[in-house]
Design a protein around this ligand. Structure first.
Ligand SMILES: Nc1ncnc2c1ncn2[C@@H]1O[C@H](COP(=O)(O)OP(=O)(O)OP(=O)(O)O)[C@@H](O)[C@H]1O
Ligand SMILES: [Mg+2]
Length: 246
C-alpha cells in the first residue's frame, strides 16, 4: 500500500482486480453476482463495460470506487490495495483521486448547482475563489451557465445528470468511474459529455471506466468488456448485421 499516492504514467496500472467474488444475501442465502472476476485497466486507458441489466456492472463499479467492501479477491486502485486501507484512507482515495458518476446522480438536494458541483473541492479544502474559477468553465461546458443558483429539484433528469458529471470531474481525478453517464441525455448533450470525459483521459492522463448501454459510447473507449456470468470478457462493440454482438 502506498497511502493513496497516485502515478498516472501510461505504463502503470490504474485498476488491478484479481479473483473478485461478490454476493448479496437474499432470504439469508448468498446470491453470487460477481464470480472470480479479473480486470486490469492501465493509466490513461478508457474501458467501456456493457452487459444486461442486473449483471453486476454497478456492483463492480461500487467495489472499485471503494463504496462497497471487497468480500473476496484482490482489488488495487491507483496503487492502493483496498482491503489494506482504513476508513479515512478510503475516503481520502475517493475524495482526491476518484470521480464517481452515480447511475442515480446522488445530488445533494439542499445544495444548489454550484455547490453540488464544487463539493469535491470544498471537501479537500480548496478556497472559494479557486472553486468558482474551476466551476465557471465546467458550467459552460455542460450547458448550464446561468443555472448555478438552481436546486436539484427544479432540474430535468438530463440536467441533474450533467451536474453529477461536472461534480465528478471538477477535481480532475486520476480515475473516473461513470455509471451510464449519458443515459438521460439527448444525442448532442451525450456527445458533449463524452468529449469532457475523453478530454480528461487525453489531457490529464486519467483513466476511465464507463458503464453504458450505448454502442456509440462503447465504441469510443479503448476497449469494451461485457459483464456476463459474473465475469468480464473482451467484446467488439461494432454492429453485426444491424444488431449487436451481445
Ligand atoms: N445492495 C444490494 N442488496 C441486494 N441485492 C443487490 C444489491 N445491489 C444490487 N443487488 C442485486 O445485484 C444484481 C446486480 O445489480 P447491479 O446494480 O450491479 O446491476 P447492473 O448491471 O448495474 O444493472 P443495470 O444495468 O440495471 O444498472 C441485481 O440483481 C441486484 O438486484
Ligand atoms: Mg447499474
Amino acid at each position: 500500500m502506498n497511502n493513496t499516492g497516485v502515478n498516472k504514467s501510461s505504463n502503470t496500472i490504474a485498476i488491478a482486480v484479481s479473483g473478485l467474488s461478490h454476493a448479496y444475501n437474499r432470504h439469508t442465502q448468498p446470491r453470487p453476482i460477481i464470480k472470480h472476476l479479473d480486470l486490469t485497466v492501465k493509466c490513461q486507458e478508457s474501458v467501456a463495460v456493457v452487459g444486461r441489466s442486473g449483471s453486476g456492472k454497478s456492483t463492480l463499479l461500487n467495489i472499485i470506487g471503494a463504496l462497497e467492501p471487497v468480500q473476496s479477491g484482490d482489488v488495487s486502485v491507483l496503487g492502493n490495495t483496498l482491503t489494506g486501507l482504513n476508513d479515512s484512507e478510503r475516503t481520502a482515495l475517493r475524495r482526491h483521486h476518484i470521480g464517481y458518476i452515480y447511475q442515480s446522480f446522488n445530488l445533494i438536494p439542499t445544495l444548489n448547482v454550484a455547490d453540488n458541483i464544487t463539493l469535491p473541492l470544498a471537501l479537500i479544502g480548496v478556497k472559494t475563489s479557486q472553486r468558482t474559477a474551476a466551476l465557471l468553465p465546467l458550467l459552460d461546458a455542460i450547458g448550464l451557465s446561468g443555472r448555478s443558483e438552481d436546486y436539484p429539484d427544479v432540474l430535468s433528469g438530463g440536467e441533474q445528470q450533467r451536474v453529477a458529471i461536472a461534480r465528478a470531474l471538477i477535481h480532475q481525478p486520476a480515475l473516473v468511474l461513470a455509471d451510464e453517464p449519458t443515459g438521460n441525455l439527448d444525442a448532442q448533450s451525450g456527445r458533449v459529455i463524452l468529449g469532457l470525459l475523453n478530454e480528461l483521459v487525453t489531457n490529464q492522463g486519467s483513466s476511465l471506466v464507463i458503464v453504458t448501454h450505448s454502442l456509440e459510447v462503447a465504441s469510443q473507449a479503448n476497449r469494451t468488456l461485457i459483464m456476463r456470468g459474473g465475469q468480464l470478457d473482451e467484446v467488439d462493440p461494432s454492429p453485426v448485421n444491424g444488431s449487436f454482438a451481445w
